[in-house]
Design a protein around this ligand. Structure first.
Ligand code: ZN
Length: 297
């Protein structure tokens, strides 16, 4: 099912998904090591066909950026996986050739128009379009953008001996997708405490999936939304927030951050912009006694 990209208005700011790719490669037992098959039956009616492939049983996911336009700035939240990257241990991201920049252009944005890139974290599928391969060199894709991310992420992923086993398939990401924007003077680090940024944003620390992971709150004219980052990879985790993904690096902190986002979202009726849910990738957390539910918007 194709979901045409909606544009959401949060006060005087607009948000539009820029798709990189859709995936249905992961069975739930792979994505979630704690997966319990008994959880599937009561949820199948809303998971299929858009969030789970009926034939293979694999989870359907998306990789995309969120394009945010304020009255003053053009901003991307995360940059997908990128084209032409060498990811021999990670077939999903190896030597991609997607029309991501054409889709950005179709939304009215050329690379030089992007003023800021706000990163939830520096994993393989969130920094890829920071750079593109030109004449054998990785050069910044968005020449006028400041790339903003948690300093803890750079300190960790920029040190090769600090990679833990979760990141082995992604060796080389920092070197080809982050180091070039540091070299060009475009990187801006924020502290692990997060904090306000520009007029509209607040970086909210949600450590666990990665060492300096941030969710990014957007507020405008009394309306609020949250770019969650990878606190969740699929709406199954709204139902089972105790399930970490196989890509989460700090297990207890990842669970705590996920629960914090779900509580916050439900309590304040925040529109959540996720990085990997299918369909529109945006929606609301609902509360049902002790459990949470999910409603796409
Ligand atoms: Zn991700």
């Amino acid at each position: 099912m194709i979901h045409p990209n909606k544009t959401y208005a949060i006060g005087d700011v607009t948000v539009t998904k820029i798709e990189e790719m859709r995936l249905s490669v992961a069975p739930p037992s792979f994505l979630y090591p704690d997966y319990e098959a008994a959880e599937l039956a009561p949820n199948l009616h809303w998971l299929t066909p858009s969030n789970m492939d009926v034939g293979s049983g694999n989870l359907i996911q998306s990789i995309h950026s969120w394009l945010v336009r304020t009255p003053h700035h053009t901003i991307l939240i995360d940059t997908g996986s990128g084209n032409d990257k060498e990811r021999p241990r990670n077939a999903v991201f190896h030597h991609l050739n997607t029309p991501y920049l054409q889709r950005l252009a179709a939304a009215g944005v050329q690379p030089q128009d992007v003023d800021y890139v706000l990163h939830t974290h520096l994993h393989v599928d969130h920094v890829g379009w920071n750079t593109r391969l030109i004449d054998g060199r990785w050069v910044p894709t968005f020449p006028n953008a400041r790339h903003v991310y948690s300093k803890a992420e750079e300190d960790y992923y920029g040190t090769s001996d600090s990679h833990n086993e979760v990141n082995v398939p992604s060796f080389g990401v920092f070197e080809d997708s982050v180091a070039p924007i540091i070299a060009s003077g475009q990187a801006e680090r924020i502290s692990s405490d997060g904090g306000d940024y520009l007029d509209y944003f607040t970086f909210r620390p949600t450590m666990g999936h990665s060492i300096g992971h941030m969710s990014i709150e957007l507020r405008s004219e009394g309306k609020a939304a949250l770019f969650t980052g990878d606190v969740m990879h699929h709406p199954l985790q709204v139902v089972r927030p105790d399930w970490n993904s196989v890509f989460c690096e700090w297990q207890d902190a990842a669970r705590a951050s996920r629960r914090w986002v779900l509580e916050l979202g439900a309590e304040h009726d925040l529109l959540l912009f996720t990085p990997h849910f299918a369909e529109t990738s945006a929606g609301y957390v609902t509360r049902h006694g002790e459990r949470f539910g999910w409603r796409y918007e």
